[in-house]
Design a protein around this ligand. Structure first.
Ligand SMILES: [Zn+2]
Length: 324
């Protein structure tokens, strides 16, 4: 018992010391480094069409916008390495299940040593894309009815409602950008270990740590620091994206956190990551916008501007870091 106690104290001391060292910056963690590899993840695909619009599917809109975004980024920054999780209408990696596809997306991002992960999705709301018919009472009329009164049939005048079918437009619209949920920090920490390049830079040779072990408290402390940096960067990028959408006159639904399946990729990738809902495919107007050449160009331009600003900021900080 005593042995375990002193071991625990030793571990705690190491942990505290380590956190202290990290906070003081004595480890010279190169938190900021120029962006090299960008992972673009068009949501859904193949057997998984995602949300349906009146004439298009989310999977196809996501793909079209993702490919154009990658092209635009490559054109402006020829040194960037752009990696798509899919370039055709398939489940990424040609996997037979949606879950298999999700795993593939994250693995590809981690193995490609991505510096930034951008998932493109469309939103959906309401009973049906476009809209649906509802019934309402538009007035009253009278009608005659035969009713039995004391075993005799008599004719009676009664009040009857007049129903009218009316069109209920599917109204929700706008854009929102997701970052991984804080409650998922533990899995984010574990995925930091999978992206060995970024993690490798964190390693201090004098400490002689070869492979990250999330069960080691010191290692966990390092990874936690990294996860917090990723979170800050993701939040920063998400804010920039939403600001550009607002400037373009889109409805702003904000930067959010969510824990659902589609967001799993955000916590499974060991790099800053965002999921952008570029509009509602269930809203007629936005479906048309997201399918149009003009709309896609505008969305791509918004995302590209946000990326440019994000890149600038990261690279300024990276050079500041070097000067220190
Ligand atoms: Zn989606």
């Amino acid at each position: 018992m005593k042995k375990i106690g002193s071991l625990l104290i030793l571990l705690l001391t190491t942990f505290t010391l380590f956190s202290f060292i990290i906070q003081r910056g004595d480890l010279k963690i190169p938190v900021y480094k120029p962006l090299k590899t960008i992972i673009i993840d068009p949501g859904h695909g193949g057997i998984d069409p995602g949300a349906r619009g009146t004439f298009s599917t989310e999977a196809n809109v996501n793909l079209a916008v993702s490919l154009k975004l990658g092209d635009a980024m490559q054109k402006e920054f020829p040194d960037l390495k752009i990696i798509y999780t899919r370039t055709t209408d398939i489940v990424p990696g040609n996997k037979s299940t949606i879950e298999g596809g999700l795993l593939y997306r994250a693995d590809l991002a981690n193995q490609s040593k991505g510096d930034l992960f951008i998932a493109i999705h469309c939103n959906s709301a309401g009973k049906a894309p476009g809209g649906w018919y509802g019934k309402k009472i538009s007035g009253y009329t009278t009608k005659t009815e035969k009713v039995k009164v004391k075993k005799k049939w008599v004719t009676k005048t009664v009040k009857a409602p007049i129903y009218e079918n009316y069109w209920i437009e599917n109204l929700p619209k706008g854009t929102e950008t997701f970052v991984w949920a804080v409650s998922k920090n533990d899995s984010k920490i574990k995925s930091v270990a999978k992206n060995t390049e970024n993690y490798g830079e964190l390693q201090d040779s004098s400490l002689n740590i070869q492979l990250p072990d999330p069960n080691d408290p010191a290692e966990k402390a390092r990874m936690l620091v990294y996860a917090q940096h990723y979170f800050r960067k993701s939040l920063n990028f998400a804010d920039l994206i939403q600001s550009e959408f607002v400037a373009a006159g889109r409805v702003d639904r904000g930067v959010k956190q969510r824990n659902e399946k589609g967001i799993w990729v955000l916590q499974a990738t060991g790099m800053p990551s965002v999921l952008v809902e570029i509009g509602f495919v269930s809203n007629k107007q936005e479906e048309e916008y997201m399918n149009s050449v003009k709309g896609q160009a505008e969305i791509v331009n918004n995302l590209l501007t946000a990326f440019r600003k994000y890149k600038q900021k990261i690279e300024e900080k990276a050079s500041d870091q070097e000067k220190k």
